[in-house]
Design a protein around this ligand. Structure first.
Ligand code: FAD
Length: 565
């Protein structure tokens, strides 16, 4: 390769949703663009995610007759983030997020709908909405991608119906909530999958992609439409500086170190550091394990963070993750997040004393944080245990265990016994099996069974708001998130305070520029997604509050580069 071949206007590191969104806008504004990705698969965590984006004031919600406003969203994020992030960055987000998704849908293959029932996560805060801000990708036909789809980070089993069929978040919710017509919908999805003979001859993979798989495939296809090069197996190692300005990057490709020059800007979308045990131990609350993370193995090791620190970048929120309780399933590369199941009626989470310590139906960030806080107090909630009875087992999914109606214990993989789930005839025996205080557990279950009758959880108000109830079972009365635990055999599953990515990173300004501790930008350098410190501060205001900002600041960075070139 000669020098001119290694010259681009804009170089983007990483191929998650934010990175590819930035690539599309930068290219459409007349910049030559290169995307480099360390993994031999493109798409990162974005590709295995739910693909939801949280966009206050989006056009689709208004078209459905919904009401939202800039001011209410600002009030809400400010209350949620409680001073952990500058208001001007929140404003930059609110100004640009609706424009980003409007322009992206108009000019690319990305297609979203409003998840009409998905509530904001903090219903008790001013400015929250019962629905309308979370958007869900439509299913995307990957045929046009040809063989390239084989290089996409494969969707994790828990985002697919029965581990293989694509569906939208709206469809998944309909099934979980057992809304009218849900059975027919499932049969329809299965038939469509089975009758796709041409694709079934090729293998298991659904021709259509859903959730994060849809988002990333539609972005990848849009990059191909524009002939934007995406180099896989190309690892960013460092910045190239000209004086104080970032003018390129160093990468390792095919075992060789290359220098790539960026005339107008480098956008770091290289993810967080959750796959780096050393950095976890350095920055995150303890104990911490890489294995608890639900993100693709070995991808996000904090290369962007460390290179930024070396050239004097400021950082923030390094002790935070997008927490989620996770569990490990044998043979699966990454841990699985428990996003919904904690809200299903009849499952509780207890610590080593057999005590509940938080509202199980609370958002996953708060639940993971609560596991740490309780552990610091009582020393007993890492790991914690999800406990349920055989009625629950029959009716509901928990982690990889599908409802007993579909997957009885006899049909669950043998290796899962005593590694994914523990089982005993009585609660007492179960407590001994998992080394949890038996008297404490018995007391907790008695108390909970009382709450199930009255419908009021007097300790943690579980099921007390529309967010909790989103994953409740509407047919269970009086509280869709509460049911007794009484019928043996009894089950337990072990959970850790895992993550779906780290939340802190390089500090950026309203334009996505990386700044120094003085607040001055480092010329030529931008950071988005989990490589940057979150615009949501320590909060997670709604479904899609990580990808929405990653894509929006990708859009903002591309615009800023173009205007200043
Ligand atoms: P990634 O998407 O992980 O992309 C980073 C890329 O950079 C990776 O491909 C990585 O290999 C590459 N990279 C790393 N180092 C280098 C290097 N040195 N050189 C070159 N490339 C490098 N968030 C939402 O908002 N909505 C959801 O619905 C949602 N659902 C989720 C469901 C699950 C199961 C999980 C695990 C996460 C979910 N999340 C969701 C979180 C969300 O997926 C992540 O926060 C988001 O994808 C982070 O985007 P990113 O671009 O920063 O990182």
């Amino acid at each position: 390769t000669n020098d001119t071949e290694n010259q681009y206007d804009v170089i983007i590191v990483g191929s998650g949703a934010g990175a590819m969104t930035a690539a599309i806008f930068a290219a459409d504004q007349g910049n030559s663009v290169l995307v480099v990705e360390k993994s031999d698969k493109y798409g990162g965590t974005s590709a295995i995610s739910g693909g939801g984006i949280w966009i206050p004031n989006n056009d689709e919600f208004k078209a459905l007759g919904g009401t939202d406003s800039y001011e209410s969203a600002l009030t809400y994020i400010k209350a949620a983030s409680a001073g952990s992030v500058d208001e001007s960055r929140i404003r930059a987000y609110l100004d640009n997020a609706p424009k980003m998704i409007r322009e992206l849908q108009a000019n690319s293959r990305v297609k979203y709908a409003v998840a009409e029932k998905y509530p904001d996560y903090y219903q008790h805060l001013d400015g929250s909405l019962p629905a309308g801000r979370s958007m869900d990708p439509e299913l995307f036909d990957t045929t046009g991608l040809g063989d390239e789809i084989e290089h996409q980070q494969p969707a994790s089993g828990n985002t697919l119906l029965m581990g293989k069929m694509a569906w939208t978040a709206r469809q998944a919710h309909k099934a979980v909530a057992k809304e009218r017509g849900w059975m027919l919908m499932i049969i329809g999805l299965m038939l469509r999958y089975k009758l796709d003979f041409k694709q079934r001859k090729k293998g298991r993979r659904d021709r259509r992609a859903g959730l994060g798989g849809s988002l990333v495939a539609s972005l990848r296809h849009s990059l191909l439409d524009r002939n934007i090069p995406l180099w896989r197996s190309t690892e960013f190692t460092d910045f190239v500086m000209t004086g104080d300005k970032v003018t390129g990057i160093k990468v390792i490709r095919d075992g060789q170190t290359l220098t790539l020059n960026a005339r107008h800007g480098v956008i770091m979308g290289s993810g967080g550091f959750e796959q780096n045990q050393q950095l976890r131990e350095k920055y995150l609350p303890q104990p911490t394990e890489q294995a608890w993370s639900a993100t693709p193995k070995d991808g996000n090791t904090g290369a962007g963070l460390e290179a930024g620190q070396k050239i004097g970048a400021a950082t923030d929120l390094l002790d935070w993750c997008w927490w989620a309780p996770t569990l490990k399933v044998p043979k699966e590369q990454s841990a699985r997040g428990l996003f919904a199941e904690r809200a299903f009626p009849g499952a509780i989470v207890v610590d080593g004393l057999g005590k509940r310590f938080f509202n199980e139906a609370a958002p996953y960030l708060e639940f993971g944080d609560a596991m740490y806080r309780n552990h610091q107090k009582a020393g007993n909630s890492i790991p914690s245990w999800v406990v349920f009875d055989s009625h629950f087992r029959q009716e509901y999914a928990m982690g990889p265990l599908m409802p007993g109606k579909i997957m009885p214990d006899s049909r669950a993989p043998k290796a899962w016994r005593d590694s994914v789930y523990w089982k005993a005839d009585t609660l007492d025996e179960l407590a001994q099996l998992i080394n949890v205080d038996a008297a404490g557990l018995a007391q907790t279950v008695t108390t909970m069974n009382g709450y199930a009758k009255t419908g009021v959880d007097e300790d943690f108000q579980r099921g007390g708001n529309v967010f909790d109830r989103y994953y409740g079972d509407a047919s269970v009365k009086p509280n869709p998130c509460l049911a007794p635990i009484e019928k043996g055999p009894f089950y337990a599953m072990k959970i850790h305070p895992g993550d779906i990515g780290t939340k802190g990173g390089l500090l950026t300004n309203d334009f996505g520029q990386v700044v120094r501790p003085s607040g001055d930008p480092i010329a030529g350098l931008y950071a988005i997604g989990n490589c940057s410190s979150s615009v949501m501060g320590t909060s997670y205001p709604g479904a899609g509050a990580t990808l929405g900002p990653a894509m929006t600041f990708g859009y903002i960075a591309a615009n800023h580069i173009t205007v200043n070139r």
